[in-house]
Design a protein around this ligand. Structure first.
Ligand SMILES: Nc1nc2c(c(=O)[nH]1)N[C@H]1C(S)=C(S)[C@@H](COP(=O)(O)O)O[C@H]1N2
Ligand SMILES: [Mo]
Length: 304
């Protein structure tokens, strides 16, 4: 299924990141050319402007045991266990709304059609913590293009699964369900906007939003909606979950902005999970070079 990632080393008895890091050493070492044909493209990761040399990848354990996923629980450490029961097959994503061609695609089909690439991005939660995550996914843009958006399509709305049986957090009104997020169509078409199906070269664990989630690395983490079942192209700006709950703290755009203090406090620094000293938070989470063009000509106050 994960055609880009045949194991270079037997996975038994080694942690996933050990396998993965070993593979990277091969990739960037002298043997790179010989094996490059069947390994994930190194050029892609190397070309990422925001990934600073020396940024340690967070471990599999860190990424999969400290999760925000309110459908299960507001307790980050409880999510992994609770999400384990979520049925992932079959799973389809329906693309509809202001499009010429509505369709529904199964996740297995989506993985086959759109080559899954390794994409290492920082994730910055509005709560003040961050991680560096080696996702596996593909840009959302070609999937949207398949649906042929009409000229009226100005926003893209994403809807997560509603399943009170398995998502026990939905039995409480902690948030309006289903969890919903949205982007402008220009943001949705940006190549960094990624539909993710894997992590560390493996299928995405349920607690990280299996089987398919969004990752928008220059925005606060809550925009990166998990367990998506529907993508709607719409004319007017849709309501989004956190913006509904606390509009002063969670703007529609939610671009990472260290200069803006929110009700929960300053956003100028962050704690990388696994580190003790704080780091400076970068505008657009360090991806400004790639994305500021999206906001050219917009007033600062309009893109919060
Ligand atoms: N469906 C859904 N998606 C969600 C959330 C959620 O509660 N439900 N939490 C968001 C928040 S606040 C963050 S920080 C990230 C966390 O992603 P991770 O657990 O993979 O690190 O997921 C986002 N996507
Ligand atoms: Mo978050």
């Amino acid at each position: 299924m994960l055609i880009c990632h045949p194991p270079a080393i037997a996975a038994s008895e080694i942690t996933p990141e050990a396998v993965y890091l070993a593979r990277r050493r091969v990739l960037f070492g002298a043997a790179a050319t010989a094996v490059a044909a069947w390994l994930p493209k190194p050029s892609w990761a190397a070309a990422l402007p925001g990934l600073l040399p020396g940024d340690r990848l967070n471990t599999w354990r860190e990424i999969t045991t400290y999760n925000n996923f309110y459908e299960f629980s507001p307790d980050k450490e409880a999510v992994a266990t609770l999400a384990g029961e979520l049925p992932l097959h079959p799973w389809t994503v329906k693309i509809s709304g202001e499009v010429e061609h509505e369709f529904e695609i199964g996740v297995d089909d989506l993985i086959r059609r759109f080559a899954q690439q390794e994409r290492i991005f920082r994730l910055r939660c509005v709560e003040g913590w961050s991680m560096v995550v080696p996702w596996l996914g593909a840009s959302l843009a070609p999937l949207l293009a398949l649906a042929r958006p009409t000229s009226r399509a100005r926003y893209v709305r994403f809807v997560a699964l509603l399943d009170r049986k398995h998502m026990i957090g939905q039995r409480r009104d902690s948030l309006p369900w289903p969890y919903t997020e949205a982007l402008t169509i220009a943001e949705a078409m940006h190549p960094y906007t990624t539909l993710v199906t894997g992590l560390y070269g493996k299928p995405l664990p349920p607690q990280n939003g299996a089987p398919v989630r969004l990752v928008v690395p220059w925005k606060y983490g809550f925009k990166s909606i998990k367990s998506i079942v529907a993508i709607d192209l719409v004319e007017t700006r849709p309501a989004t979950t956190w913006n509904l709950v606390a509009p002063d703290d969670y703007g529609f755009f939610a671009n990472v902005d260290p200069s803006r203090a929110l009700a929960r406090g300053s956003h100028s620094r962050e704690t990388r999970i696994g580190e003790s000293r704080k780091r400076r938070t970068e505008p657009f989470n360090g991806y400004g070079d790639a994305v500021t063009g999206l906001y050219q000509g917009m007033d600062e106050a309009d893109r919060l």
